[in-house]
Design a protein around this ligand. Structure first.
Ligand code: DON
Length: 599
């Protein structure tokens, strides 16, 4: 089957059609042309027929998108052309990226969405959850040692996916278009295919080595080759079922059955885990900074709290920063000390708020942060301060794949969305017959609480806090994803986010500082050098290939006592600044992103 038929008018975007015309067989071209004719009819329909509420007057000159690939940007454009709002566009983009970015976009993963709709901020947590049969020591052997790869590759690494319910809830609550319309572009790309980018193939090749002989990854993705058209007919059918039956189909319908069958005898997720899964609307984390209202991710994200902490401590320390050049050695040293404090708190206090108490208000309190900032000393040697260390989170710096997009509509609504399979292509397990990958989000739990290994040993001093993030049935693993909005006088001023594991926080912080402390235009704020430091490994500053550390800076940092290291990846920020009434979308030059104004 090449074209799903669920009584829906599937409406591909003309540019996608153009590439389909070049690459597909004649029959497909005829079908695509028929779709295009149907699109013209569907788009000609008067807007009020689609709209749930009357359209407000436009507040901005245009809608805008910053997307991690051209297909998702095209999707947003198509959705806006059909009269959709930012939430429709975001949901359609998420489904499109589940097709065109199978390494990170997903149906089988989870994430966070921060929204501004009709002037009110919202946050949707569609993070994965541990299955009911999950146990604290499920990745340890009988000697208490971690079984290598068990929490990252294969069926046991998979947590209950949240993305489809997240998209379903967001679109039902705030979308203007019909559910089927927002699925249509994704179905088109799955059915007729898309051109594979060389970077996607590189990531596939690396991941395939990891999964070889352990999962069915190659049965589905061996043909993912740069420059060729990748068609995913089973995925098209899955999307078609979700389009016609609604988002709960994934959790209670045929797709749920396929997931449970895939797991049976290999993994822990059952039909009951799926039917019980619900994304959660939470109060977003909010704070004042530089005359803006920061709206960001609350727990189980650790990094919304971390972002507010970094921004406020940086402001508290302004006298120390005065006169320092951006990214000079003393500048990096001050930021690194701020990061130490943020990551120490992350380890100690943050977990799934439905499972453990998280003192979010105290951690972002002005007086507390002023006191923490006062501990930072420009002339103190790295690593000597008694910043309480938690567990080593350095493993997170290895993860490369998650994806983010930002979108605003001309009515002033905004969505910042980050979602993930965790590692590249998640666990490498594809749901047979359904054509989508499952996450390895279980690896975001603390899989070996310190001291748990050797029988009879108590947890090491200072590390019992790992308890907050140990595996327990139904618990959500702590996350670093931080989709963020900034409001000025209640109106959207910035939508920003990035992939990058624990570097998400430090990346967003640096770009915001570049924009608002250094007054850089958005493209320059993105292109500037970035670095990363967290509490552990101590005294290590990471740099990146896009903007390698200058020799002189490396020498100065080493003289201060730091170790300087290169890391493979430092973010793929997709952001939209709104200047007055003009959106200024910008995509990270490090990735394949597309920034577009849509009138
Ligand atoms: O939720 C988290 O923090 C991780 N699963 C995110 C991983 C990630 O961002 C990988 N990125 N590039």
């Amino acid at each position: 089957m090449s074209v799903p038929t669920h009584g829906v008018v599937y409406a591909p975007f003309p540019r996608a059609l153009a590439s389909a015309r070049l690459s597909c067989r004649t029959r497909r071209v005829a079908l695509a042309s028929a779709w295009f004719a149907a699109l013209a009819v569907s788009l000609a329909a008067p807007l009020p027929a689609l709209a749930k509420t009357p359209l407000p007057k436009p507040a901005l000159d245009a809608s805008a998108v910053a997307a991690p690939d051209s297909y998702s940007a095209d999707t947003a454009q198509q959705i806006f052309a059909a009269g959709g709002n930012a939430v429709d566009a975001a949901v359609a983009m998420a489904f499109t990226l589940a097709v065109t970015r199978p390494d990170a976009g997903n149906l089988g993963g989870g994430g966070f969405m921060t929204l501004l709709v009709d002037g009110k901020p919202y946050f949707l947590d569609y993070r994965e959850r541990a299955p009911q049969q999950a146990t604290r020591d499920m990745y340890l052997d009988d000697k208490g040692n971690v079984v290598p790869g068990m929490s990252t590759v294969g069926h046991r690494a998979v947590a209950v996916p949240g993305s489809v319910d997240g998209m379903w809830q967001a679109q039902r609550r705030f979308g203007r278009l019909k559910w089927k319309q927002v699925l249509a572009p994704a179905i088109h790309y799955a059915s007729d295919g898309f051109q594979v980018d060389p970077r996607l193939q590189q990531r596939r090749d690396a991941a395939a080595k990891n999964f070889a002989g352990k999962t069915n990854f190659d049965a589905y993705f061996a043909n993912l080759k740069a420059g060729t058209t990748l068609r995913q007919p089973e995925l098209a059918q899955t999307l078609g079922r979700i389009a016609s039956d609604g988002g709960r189909e994934f959790y209670e319908g045929r797709t749920a059955g396929m997931i449970a069958t895939q797991m049976y005898g290999h993994g822990l997720i059952t039909s009951q885990d799926l039917s019980q899964y619900k994304a959660v609307w939470r109060e977003p984390l909010a704070a004042d900074w530089h005359g803006y209202r920061v709206i960001t991710a609350p727990p189980p994200s650790s990094s919304g709290i971390g972002l507010v902490q970094m921004l406020k401590m940086r402001t508290d320390l302004q006298p120390a920063f005065d006169g320092l050049a951006l990214n000079s050695a003393p500048y990096v040293h001050l930021i690194a000390q701020i990061s130490d404090r943020v990551f120490a708190d992350r380890q100690r206090y943050i977990g799934d708020p439905d499972a453990v108490p998280v003192p979010a208000a105290k951690l972002t309190d002005d007086a507390y942060l002023a006191q923490r900032a006062a501990e930072v000393k420009a002339d103190e040697a790295p690593g000597t301060a008694a910043v309480k260390p938690g567990l080593d989170t350095s493993a997170q710096t290895e993860k490369a794949q998650t994806t983010h997009f930002s979108v605003v509509d001309k009515w002033g609504n905004a969505v910042s969305n980050t979602y993930t399979l965790n590692g590249d292509f998640g666990s490498g397990v594809v749901v047979d017959g359904a054509g989508f990958l499952l996450n390895d989000a279980m690896d975001d739990f603390v899989i070996k609480p310190s001291g748990a290994g050797a029988a009879g040993t108590a947890p090491a001093p200072g590390t019992a806090d790992a308890e907050l993030n140990t595996i327990a049935p139904g618990r959500r693993p702590i996350s670093s994803m931080t989709p963020t909005l900034l409001l000025k006088d209640g109106k959207i001023a910035l939508a920003i986010g990035t992939p990058g594991g624990s570097r998400i926080l430090t990346t967003i912080f640096q770009v915001m500082t570049n924009l608002y402390d250094f007054d850089m235009p958005p493209p320059d704020a993105l292109a500037a050098m970035r670095f990363h430091h967290q509490l552990l490994p101590q005294k290590t500053i990471y740099f990146e290939p896009y903007h390698p550390v200058p020799d002189e800076l490396a020498a100065q940092l080493k003289a201060l006592g730091y170790t300087v290291e290169q890391q493979p990846f430092n973010g793929d920020v997709q952001m939209i600044r709104v200047n007055g009434t003009t959106p200024e979308p910008a995509s990270d030059p490090r990735g394949a992103g597309v920034a577009r104004l849509i009138r």
